[in-house]
Design a protein. Sequence first.
Length: 98
Amino acid sequence: MSTAQNATLTVSDPSAVAPGGLVNGAYSLAQPLQVRAQSALGVGGAFAALPAEVLAYAGPVSNDAVTVAFKQPIGAGEGLRTGTYSKTLTFTLSTTAP
């Protein structure tokens, strides 16, 4: 993962169109996409809406396998359109103490 003194993995949606939400053409879902990360070392947390900090290490870590999962809540009265929903996300690994 990182050999820095600390590291944080965040997930964001850089799009100006329906930030945080999946889109299908001109249609977007009402609720934001949710994401979580779990590391093989047991670091991680619950699902959080985008943008989200999904993983934080307090010290150097190498070769830690991380699983990223997504969940999309759909409201009871929300209609779904035929087609594909998608979104391009940005994953950023940053540190405050290199």
